[in-house]
Design a protein around this ligand. Structure first.
Ligand code: ADP
Length: 368
């Protein structure tokens, strides 16, 4: 097993496109780290640099204290699982899993032991004689994972391994991979564009955009304490609501726009002083919006009058989409299905004052 240190790593492709722009990430031995970000942010490039499949243009990569920049992929003791499974179509499941070990000239008995053990772990023992084309997508992905396990690598690398599976299977497989990590305890680096998958799986998640790291933290912390507006909007579903408004002193400090006048919570008043008279963005999550008529316990903002436009009832809860007075954007508010709303309904809501986020409009950084 190995920990991974990524120091000021850069990647410039042959066409001069800079895909990774000086990244630092520290991955502890045994940690499950997810690289997540929108398409094109550089997550596959970073993973492939760890694997040795892409040259490193600048900076350093260490496995434990060993510098890996120039080490050949086959000497890195990593195993990679790809989105398209990359199985050999003419080989049986057993042969696919055994192939890498056979190449290494491992004794047959040991290969047999490793393959059967991995097959048991993954529940694919009964398919060992089948060809990949005789298996479903989920089963094929298990074979690809099995092929990685038998190599007993220091580091597992996953490149969007579940993207080709249907939604239900994806959720099932992500639980299986997480369980597998609990069992094997290897260092795992996992790439996905799906923030829900990232939140569900990672001990730690690395949020990338445009070749830069925007935040590295636990799922809970990136949700509750996003460092900037991009992270705030990227993590969470439905996405965080944002409104612009001015900071004004009316007695105490307030965030004010056409539809809202919200008292700035006490812990933020000091740092908000320098924004008096200026515009800031306020973010609030759909989960922390309440029907004023129903919620008595929490400290809510002053009344905000809204009109519901669209309701999505997803079973246990409803997502209500609304407009604020004088504004074009559409915002969301989550209610329990027992308090379902209907389009056209007028409602007074309040936002949990302890759950507000404010952002500097010039830098997009969170105001703390
Ligand atoms: P992600 O995995 O986050 O979707 P990638 O790491 O695949 O993103 O790509 C990051 C950026 O680098 C993208 O803008 C992509 O178009 C570019 N890129 C990827 N591979 C190459 C390549 N071989 N040559 C030039 N540009 C590339």
């Amino acid at each position: 097993m190995a920990g991974i240190e990524i120091k000021n790593l850069e990647k410039t492709y042959a066409n001069n496109h800079k895909a990774i722009k000086g990244i630092d990430v520290s991955i502890k031995e045994g940690e499950f780290v997810v690289l997540v970000g929108p398409s094109g942010c550089g997550k596959s490039t970073l993973l492939r640099m760890i694997a040795g499949l892409e040259d490193i243009s600048g900076g350093d990569l260490f496995f434990d204290s060993k510098r890996m920049n120039e080490v050949h992929p086959k000497d890195r003791n990593i195993a990679m699982v790809f989105q398209n499974y990359a199985l050999y179509p003419h080989m049986t499941v057993y042969e696919n899993m055994a192939f890498g070990l056979t190449l290494k000239k491992m004794p047959k008995a040991e290969i047999h032991q490793r393959v059967t053990e991995a097959a048991t772990t993954l529940g694919i023992t009964e398919y060992l004689d089948r060809l990949p084309k005789e298996m479903s997508g989920g089963q094929r992905q298990r074979v690809a994972i099995g092929r990685a396990i038998v190599r007993q690598p220091d580091v597992f690398l996953f490149d969007e391994p579940l993207s080709n599976l249907d939604a239900k299977l994806r959720v099932q497989m992500r639980t299986e991979i997480k369980r597998l990590h609990g069992q094997l305890k290897n260092t795992m680096v996992y790439v996905t564009h799906d923030q829900i998958e990232a939140m569900a799986m990672g001990d730690k998640i690395v949020i990338l955009k445009d070749g830069y790291v925007h935040q590295i933290d636990t799922p809970v912390n990136v949700f509750n304490h996003p460092k900037n507006k991009f992270v705030a909007g990227f993590i969470g579903s439905p996405a965080m609501n944002f409104v612009s408004g001015k900071i004004e002193r009316q007695g105490e400090l307030h965030f004010i726009n056409q539809g809202m006048k919200i008292s700035i919570p006490e812990p933020l008043r000091g740092s908000m002083e320098k924004y008096v008279g200026k515009t800031v963005d306020m973010g609030f999550r759909t989960e922390y919006v309440y029907d004023k008529g129903l919620e008595k316990e929490r400290r809510l903002s002053t009344d905000v009058d809204i009109e519901i436009l669209v309701v999505e009832n997803v079973g246990s809860e409803s997502y209500n989409y609304f407009k604020l007075q004088g504004m074009d954007n559409i915002y969301s508010y989550r209610s329990s299905s027992s308090h379902a709303h209907s389009p056209g309904e007028k409602l007074t809501i309040g936002i949990d004052l302890e759950r507000l986020h404010f952002f500097d409009t010039e830098t997009d950084e969170t105001i703390l």
